[in-house]
Design a protein around this ligand. Structure first.
Ligand code: SAH
Length: 216
């Protein structure tokens, strides 16, 4: 699943040595050397299986023996992930460990023992933490110096100004009888800026009025 990160912007950063991603499989760390069992039924009953603490505990201590990584568990119970948190993680930590759950989740004790924070990528349930870890790794990487080229600067993107991005247009100037907004071909930078700002505000007001409440 993590091969997705070898593509495009993150892939180029990995090849260029700006970004390093290591994937560790938890199962080989199971003390059960016959079946490499990593799950068991929940105490107290209920549906599904829970990941047992031992393989996760040993895997984390093998990958990060001196707790130098910021250790994050991907979980629907975590703090909602935002651009702000992505930037803080990129600025604050050289190494981040992302623990992915499976099945019904993970034994609470290994979370209490090993994890610094929990992050959710949205109010829905995924089958495993891997897609969430890819989302976090990609969004954090974009704030690591050297990952984005100058042409891809993070400054103009949605959320950077507390607003969603304005609509974008490129050639041709007319497509299916639809012209691009006049102002964009006026060559007047001030008016372009003003138009973009107005559009960004309009779209944010329509779609995400909640964002307008807490702008910095
Ligand atoms: N029973 C749990 C869901 C388990 S889903 C509950 O109701 O909260 C299995 C795993 O997928 C979780 O352990 C977690 O690592 C991952 N996961 C699922 N949804 C997620 C989300 N919205 N954000 C981050 N990780 C998620």
């Amino acid at each position: 699943m993590f091969d997705a990160l070898n593509e495009s912007i993150t892939g180029r950063a990995i090849t260029g040595g700006v970004l390093n991603i290591e994937v560790a499989d938890i199962r080989p760390f199971s003390a059960d050397k016959k079946h490499f069992k990593c799950d068991d039924a929940p105490f107290g009953g209920g549906a599904g299986m829970i990941m047992t603490p031992q393989p996760i505990y040993d895997a984390i201590n093998a990958v990060d023996p001196h707790h130098t990584c910021r250790r994050i568990f991907l979980s629907p119970r975590g703090m909602p992930f935002t651009a702000k948190r992505a930037k803080e993680l990129a600025d604050g930590y050289a190494e981040i460990l992302l623990l992915c759950g499976r099945y019904e989740g993970v034994d609470q004790r290994v979370i209490d023992l090993c994890i610094d924070e929990e992050i959710s990528v949205g109010d829905y349930v995924l089958s495993g933490g891997e897609p969430a870890a890819i989302v976090v790794a990609d969004a954090v990487a974009r704030f690591v110096p050297g990952v984005l080229g100058n042409a891809e600067s993070a400054a103009d993107e949605s959320f950077q100004s507390g607003l969603l991005e304005y609509p974008q247009y490129t050639r041709p100037a007319v497509f299916m009888e639809l012209p691009v907004p006049e102002v964009l071909i006026s060559g007047h930078h001030g008016m372009v800026e003003e138009w973009r700002r107005g559009q960004a505000e309009k779209i944010t007001r329509e779609r995400r009025p909640d964002l307008l409440g807490d702008r910095d």
